[in-house]
Design a protein around this ligand. Structure first.
Ligand SMILES: Cc1cc2nc3c(=O)[nH]c(=O)nc-3n(C[C@H](O)[C@H](O)[C@H](O)COP(=O)(O)OP(=O)(O)OC[C@H]3O[C@@H](n4cnc5c(N)ncnc54)[C@H](O)[C@@H]3O)c2cc1C
Length: 404
């Protein structure tokens, strides 16, 4: 049986970042990453793939080029967790034991929870930026749109980057207006409001009004009838609910998301299936040698790659403290960032924490739409991701002790 001092399950944004920071902190650590995929994608770039600014290839790198030097890559997935015995079994039938475990598998996309969606995707104007298979088709569908209803959906929380479902609606609206098309842009969201953080919801309501977008709240997509080009929603109104059918010419879907089954069905999960860690220390509440970060972790933060930038230094500091027998003093403040693209050349850089307070990185009013923040989203953040975050070079101010 293979054994590693630190086993990281998942080599996405979170797994690679934390591995790189661990090796920078202590070269001698024996770190392994369990990750089945050959390819790594910068998923935050997919909004701009769907908006015709990036190609899918711009967001792609080979996983082997990102595994930090000195880290052992086990190219397989985890098929079960046995935290009582410090073991993980893999999809190739092997067992790997560890001293310390970091769970970073991300979330799974639940296309099948929407009747008719899997069959409809990728043709007939049904697209989604949430999958590498379909994000390029979003741009094709926007370009092919001739008028009528363009419907953009948002699934119940939690989802990756809760702002992404509306960003693509704003970009598409710009394209339609430029072409002077007769378009009804409908944003049908499962949420009760436009954005969960009040300070950023206010300017977004103004954006929706200015653009004349028809925002419909408490709308959960339940079925896609591709033959009739109809999207079916369950609409909740107080205690009751009703069905609403919206005809579409273009339909951009944000699917429901969940923790992968292997995590949700393991002893590591909380009631919702996510890894049950303390929201400040990122240490598991029942298994002291287990930590988690990224989308699969059970903290109540907004799930973004930016959140990983806030979490990774905390996790590394606390894991090293545990190794040394010191108290775990670093605390994550819930930092997350959603660059809310409100059109080509316009972005509200929404940064916030657990308390839903603005946490701006720039000395500017963060609630304003700015060209400079569009530039940051388009040029700076991708470079930061590949060159600073995944290499472990970036050190955040937010992991200082005492932020609780
Ligand atoms: C359309 C879209 C727009 C977004 N926009 C933004 C944005 O503007 N800003 C932002 O900060 N974030 C954004 N995000 C969110 C961001 O991409 C995620 O929050 C981030 O990738 C989370 O990192 P992660 O490592 O937890 O998960 P991922 O990056 O998804 O990585 C998970 C990894 O775990 C692996 N894995 C899965 N199951 C197993 C298993 N059983 N065993 C081993 N490995 C496994 C997967 O292969 C994958 O490599 C966006 C995402 C999407 C899809």
């Amino acid at each position: 049986m293979a054994h590693h001092q630190i086993l990281i399950v998942g080599g996405g944004a979170a797994g690679i970042t934390v591995a790189a920071q661990l090796k920078r902190a202590r070269t001698a650590l024996d770190v392994a990453i369990l990750e089945p995929a050959h390819d790594h994608y910068y998923q935050p770039g997919w909004t701009l793939v769907g908006g015709g600014v990036f190609s899918l290839e711009d967001t792609h790198r080979a996983e082997r080029d990102l595994i930090p030097s000195g880290v052992h890559w086990i190219q397989a997935g985890a098929s079960s967790f046995d935290p009582e015995h410090n073991r993980v079994t893999t999809t190739t039938g092997a067992t790997v034991s560890y001293d310390l475990l970091i769970v970073a598998t991300g979330m799974k996309l639940c296309w099948d929870r929407i009747e008719g969606l899997s069959e409809a995707l990728g043709k007939g104007g049904v697209c989604s930026n949430y999958s590498k298979e379909f994000t390029a088709y979003t741009w094709e569908a926007i370009q092919a749109f001739k008028g009528g209803n363009a419907v953009f959906t948002c699934a119940p929380m939690p989802i990756k980057c809760p702002g992404a479902p509306q960003k693509i609606a704003y970009l598409a609206d710009d394209v339609f207006k430029k072409k002077k098309l007769q378009a009804n842009v409908i944003y049908a969201t499962a949420t009760p409001g436009i954005f969960g953080v009040p300070v950023y919801a206010a300017p977004l309501r103004e954006v929706v009004k200015r653009k004349g977008i028809d925002a419909r709240y408490n709308h959960v997509l339940t079925a896609v009838r591709a033959d009739k080009k109809e999207a079916v929603f369950k609409v909740t109104e107080g205690e009751s609910s009703r069905e609403e059918v919206i005809p579409y010419n273009l339909l951009h879907v944000t699917p429901p998301m969940a923790a992968p089954d292997v995590v949700a069905e393991s002893p590591l999960a909380n009631g919702a299936g996510f890894v049950e860690v303390d929201q400040f220390s990122l240490q598991h509440v029942r298994f002291a040698n287990v930590f988690s970060l990224g989308d699969v972790s059970g903290m109540p933060n907004s799930k973004t790659a930016a959140a990983v930038r806030g979490q990774a230094p905390v996790l590394v500091a606390n894991l090293l403290a545990l190794l040394d027998g010191r108290p775990l003093e670093a605390a994550y403040d819930g930092y997350s960032c959603c660059p809310l693209i409100t059109g080509y050349g316009k972005t509200i850089m929404a940064e916030f924490n657990y308390k839903q307070e603005p946490a701006p990185s720039f000395p500017l009013d963060p609630t304003k739409e700015r060209w400079s923040m569009w530039f940051v989203k388009r040029k700076i953040l991708p470079a930061l991701y590949w060159n600073r975050m995944l290499t472990g070079a970036q050190h955040e101010r937010r992991f200082m002790p005492g932020v609780k």
